[in-house]
Design a protein around this ligand. Structure first.
Ligand SMILES: [Zn+2]
Ligand SMILES: [Zn+2]
Length: 424
């Protein structure tokens, strides 16, 4: 039986003629191998009535592939603009492969995609697994980057970072913490900064209280019923920015102790004043979808008002193994587009992140963010990240063993896969 082993690259530059390679096995010379590329958004063929063609065959005829030897065949095609293409291969008239290709404009070709977690916990707060084990679990699920954000302190994220950094450059652990006040129940996620804002609250309580008082005196809080709560959150977000971090509004519609985590009036107040950098739009612990849906709709209304609300998805996982209690590990995450790892925090702030939420029952997912990035991320999640996760799992196992040779071998396989997948 003839079969397809691999199709590469799968992502091309827009508006340039390039070659799709089809690696096969069992193809007999005398039986033709043909393929077609069909753009899904910018049609090659006009669809007006006089040009109406009766069948797909006439619109996008299958072309004979060029035999490059060693079972590798090639098809030249000019990819137009930024879009997804369906790609089908026939052997002796029978379809043997149906997949998708993609082409991107030059600015996106300059950026790498990073699957990121920005909010999760370890046994250093109320999660399970050591920081190193949690980091390895994320790598095994195909993540490129993460921040551990344990409650109340930044040190566990340093512990994970310091364990991972000497072992690999291909997976990045950022500093992170979930910032709390001691006297009440406010959570703000701090991603990537240079020092702990929790420590600041503990060590410089008078300073924080003075900042809150200053803000209460200088800003109109008549739109909220609990001004100190809103002022606290605004001050904490400001302190996260001062620390060089990304201030993330965490789980606004999390249902906790019989109420939503944040009054809607505060959600509106903060985004109308630009207090936060990014909204955790899709979060974990939202089994019925109520909270994430409400946040999504409210964001839409605020954008219509003229607000700017970058988004991300984050699971807030407390457990990284499936089927044990709080089971939302890897159900929400972000695909971030940046030049390199160091560019991830800025990319989050500049709307270069796509928030992703996956349904556990059937694996279908929805995304939010800029249209062209969502479109590209949707392609990458299936076509790139699914095969990548298999390689990342091998890499993760090598990291867990701290085995230098195995780590290097896994990284070579990952680099080779990435190089074949992208034409640039
Ligand atoms: Zn929280
Ligand atoms: Zn949390």
């Amino acid at each position: 039986m003839a079969g397809i082993i691999e199709i590469y690259p799968k992502v091309f530059r827009a508006d340039a003629k390039q070659t799709v390679h089809i690696k096969t096995e069992g193809v007999e010379k005398l039986r033709p191998l043909t393929a077609k590329v069909q753009p899904m958004e910018k049609y090659d063929v006009p669809h007006s009535p006089e040009f109406r063609l009766e069948s797909e065959e006439q619109r996008y005829p299958y072309q004979r592939l060029k035999d490059l030897g060693d079972g590798v065949f090639a098809l030249e095609y000019e990819f137009k603009g930024e879009q997804r293409y369906s790609f089908k291969v026939r052997y002796d008239g029978v379809e043997i492969c149906s997949t998708f290709l993609y082409s991107v404009e030059p600015d996106l070709a300059e950026l790498r995609s990073f699957k990121c977690e920005t909010h999760c916990h370890s046994c250093r707060s109320d999660g399970s697994g050591t920081p190193f084990e949690v980091a390895c679990a994320y790598r095994a699920a195909g993540y490129d980057a993460m921040a551990l954000t344990d409650h109340g302190w930044i040190e566990p994220s340093y512990e994970a970072r310091d364990a991972i950094a000497p072992l690999t450059d291909d997976f990045r652990v950022f500093p992170g913490e979930e910032v709390h006040n001691e006297w009440s129940y406010y959570h703000v996620v701090h991603f990537g900064g240079n020092y702990s804002v929790n420590n600041l609250i503990r060590d410089k309580k008078e300073y924080i209280e003075a900042e809150i008082e200053k803000l209460l005196a200088s800003r109109d809080f008549s739109d909220v019923s609990d001004p100190p709560s809103a002022a606290f959150r605004a001050v904490i977000a400001q302190e996260i920015r001062n620390a060089g971090g990304v201030a993330v509004m965490a789980h606004p519609y999390w249902e906790v102790q019989g109420e939503y985590f944040m009054p809607t009036e505060e959600f509106l107040h903060h985004w109308r004043r630009g207090d936060f950098d990014v909204l955790e739009l899709f979060g974990g612990n939202d089994a019925v979808g109520n909270g994430n849906n409400l946040a999504e709709i409210l964001r839409g209304e605020l954008i219509a008002e003229g607000c700017r609300i970058p988004v991300l998805g984050a699971s807030d996982a407390h457990v990284t193994k499936r089927k044990c209690g709080f089971d939302y590990f890897d159900l929400q995450f972000s695909v971030v587009f940046a030049k390199d790892f160091d560019g991830i925090p800025e990319a989050l702030k500049n709307e270069y992140a796509v928030a992703v939420e996956r349904r556990p029952e059937d694996g279908r997912f929805r995304c939010a963010g800029k249209y062209r990035l969502v479109k590209y991320a949707r392609f990458l999640i299936r076509e790139y990240y699914e095969p990548f996760a298999k390689l990342a799992a091998v890499h993760s196992a090598a990291l867990a063993e701290r085995d230098g040779a195995k780590i290097a071998a896994a990284e070579a396989d990952i680099a080779a896969f990435r190089k074949r997948f992208f034409a640039f």
